[in-house]
Write a protein that binds this ligand. Structure first.
Ligand code: BTN
Length: 344
């Protein structure tokens, strides 16, 4: 959103302001004010004209300008109702030399998950890829993925969900022992099972000493029912319903529910948290440790040509997982598919 439009919205938020007053304070013509007001209306802002001037009566529920308005982080937002994959779009923007763009979609028709899996992305979710160009060596790239996991978990916690992190970057919700419906049998933490709320797929290009660009793709199951995503997954709507029903799961039949999160505010907080962490990378791993369920768990980590099974001991400064493998002893794994197992 350009600065003049942002200033107009900020002025109108405090009450009606006349066109001439806006023109004077912004040092533009009255015709330019009128044009900007029309532009903002086209973006979905409800701007009323009354005897005292213009006033802001409503903000669009979920689109690019709505998220940019009031966002306290330096990202522009490119919004799509429907797109194949926000990560694929971020790649195109990277090829055009862009940076600090959040590509956001209501629905993805070809969402990509880790390990070349498909990622179900129905309408109502939060599907976002953050494109940036950090000036750090590629070895530090995993910190951006961990930062995204921390940002997602923190934002979900602000929305009332007990979100935690499973190494390396799944955001999950622990399941109480008497509430196992919808949780995969094998997914077991010390406190019970877990359901997956969000996954992250980071793609990048760079040389040995420098990252060229990095796109952190975050998928958050938000305002739809868990029946639309694979078994073992959950959604923000589902978890908020569960909480409202005192832990019991009750199906809702509506397309919209009063348990839905405000996706505009959610994405704003997510981008702000991610920005705070990316500007202070030293804080990422300590913040991740505070939120993880994995350390101390018995885990199985699938690597391309071996499987590690043992106790998860710690996370290294760049996000690798140290496991006390049953056969090989202490091993550090930097990437892989991790499942928490029942204790032996
Ligand atoms: C995983 O397998 O857990 C990672 C899933 C990542 C999905 C997100 S949704 C936004 C972005 N666009 C994609 O196509 N994938 C990522």
């Amino acid at each position: 959103m350009n600065d003049t439009r942002r200033s107009i919205l900020e002025s109108l938020a405090d009450g009606p302001v006349s066109g001439p007053t806006l023109a004077d304070s912004l040092d533009v013509s009255r015709a330019a004010v009128w044009k900007h007001v029309e532009g903002l209306r086209e973006d979905g802002f409800e701007i009323e004209s009354g005897p005292d001037g213009y006033s802001l009566a409503g903000i669009p529920a979920y689109n690019g300008p709505a998220i940019e308005y009031g966002l306290e982080a330096p990202f522009s937002v490119e919004y799509h109702e429907s797109i194949a994959s926000t990560n694929a779009r971020a790649r195109e923007l990277a090829a055009d030399g862009r940076s600090d763009v959040a590509v956001l979609a209501d629905e993805q028709t070809g969402g990509k998950g880790r390990l070349d899996r498909e990622w179900s992305s129905p309408s109502g979710g939060i599907w976002v890829s953050i494109l940036c160009r950090p000036r750090v060596p590629p070895a530090r790239a995993p910190l951006y993925t961990l930062a995204a996991a921390v940002a997602t978990a923190r934002t979900a916690r602000e929305a009332g969900i007990d979100a935690r992190i499973k190494w390396p970057n799944d955001v999950v919700v622990p399941v109480a022992g008497d509430d196992l419906e919808g949780a995969d049998d094998e997914q077991v933490s010390g406190d019970g099972s877990y359901r997956k709320l969000s996954g992250i797929l980071t793609e990048m290009e760079g040389e040995t000493d420098r990252i060229q660009w990095l796109a952190v793709g975050i998928g958050i199951n938000a305002n739809f029912d868990a029946s639309e995503v694979p078994a073992g997954s959950t959604t923000l709507r589902e978890e908020r319903r569960r909480r409202a029903n005192g832990g019991r799961h009750e199906n809702g039949n509506e397309n919209e529910s009063h348990e839905d999160v405000d996706r505009r505010l959610f994405v704003q907080r997510l981008l702000e948290e991610f920005h705070t962490l990316r500007t202070d990378l030293e804080r990422v791993v300590p913040a991740w440790r505070e939120l993880t369920l994995t350390i101390g768990q018995r885990v199985r980590v699938e690597l391309p040509d071996e499987t590690v099974v043992g106790e998860a001991l710690e996370i290294t400064e760049y996000g690798g997982l140290v496991v006390d493998d049953d056969d090989a002893g202490r091993i550090m794994v930097s990437a892989g598919d991790c499942t928490h197992l029942r204790p032996v």
